[in-house]
Design a protein around this ligand. Structure first.
Ligand SMILES: [Zn+2]
Length: 255
């Protein structure tokens, strides 16, 4: 359903490809509202287009099949796995913070159309180091609390029951990490469980993009409805529009 409210016909961006690329949906919520748009915005957004790998980021959320499945038949998308990437360009963006939450340059959410099986696997793999200590503690606690075992342990050393619980938590975390690693290896055969190994992320990296969070594990957020506002969320058709100053560009957009 089209809920775009592009009402500010006075805006210098109204009806341009830049407006469509920014994809703010509603003039009332656009950070440029009431301001005379900096002409450099057109150059910035032209640059943004050239920094797109083939197919643009839109191909990930517009895909009719799961983008994380490796083998056919690929699953039907039921949600989106969001992975943020940032670019050092444009250098002068610090002055135009409305384009990016980062001070360095462009930021874009990669929205991988994801089937329920891939989602379940990613969540299980990331939660295993947390689940295992809880399970092991729940197994250890009845032993520690059983009077007969507790007494035997206390006779050996007063701190032993406590040490058993701590060992279950710490050991459980280690076991969980190992299980998580093994599970990831198993899943890698038929899905991109670590999105950083996805060919599209590699293509982005070649264009100078980097993960927003440079951690050892990929930060993914899942959402049922795709993010549909802001830079990098415009449909593929927008990138194909002729260059700027195209009258009523938004009329040609199909979502
Ligand atoms: Zn899948």
């Amino acid at each position: 359903m089209d809920e775009r409210k592009l009402t500010d016909t006075e805006c210098t961006l109204y009806g341009t490809k830049s407006c469509a690329l920014l994809n703010m949906q509603d003039c009332d919520k656009c950070p440029l509202k009431g301001r005379v748009a900096d002409p450099a915005i057109h150059d910035d957004l032209r640059l943004f287009c050239t920094l797109q790998p083939e197919g643009t980021v839109a191909q990930l959320f517009e895909s009719k099949t799961c983008t994380l499945c490796k083998n056919e038949p690929k699953g039907t998308p039921t949600s989106f796995a969001v992975f943020d990437m940032a670019h050092t360009e444009p250098k002068n963006l610090a002055k135009r913070k409305w384009l990016s939450r980062q001070e360095t340059g462009f930021m874009v959410p990669l929205q991988f159309a994801c089937c329920s099986k891939c989602r379940r696997r990613i969540l299980l793999q990331s939660y295993l180091p947390l689940i295992t200590p809880i399970v092991l503690s729940l197994i250890a606690l009845p032993f520690v609390m059983t009077e007969r075992f507790a007494q035997t342990m206390r006779q050996a050393a007063g701190w032993l029951p406590f040490a058993v619980v701590v060992a279950a938590i710490v050991g459980g975390y280690g076991v969980g990490k190992l299980l998580s690693h093994l599970y990831k290896r198993k899943c890698e055969a038929d899905m991109y469980i670590d999105v950083r190994t996805h060919p599209f992320v590699s293509a982005m990296t070649e264009k100078g993009w980097r993960p927003l969070f440079n951690d050892r594990s990929a930060h993914l957020a899942f959402t049922k409805q795709r993010i549909n506002r802001g830079l990098g969320t415009a449909p593929r058709a927008v990138y194909d529009l002729p260059d700027y100053e195209t009258p009523a560009a938004e009329d040609k957009i199909t979502d």
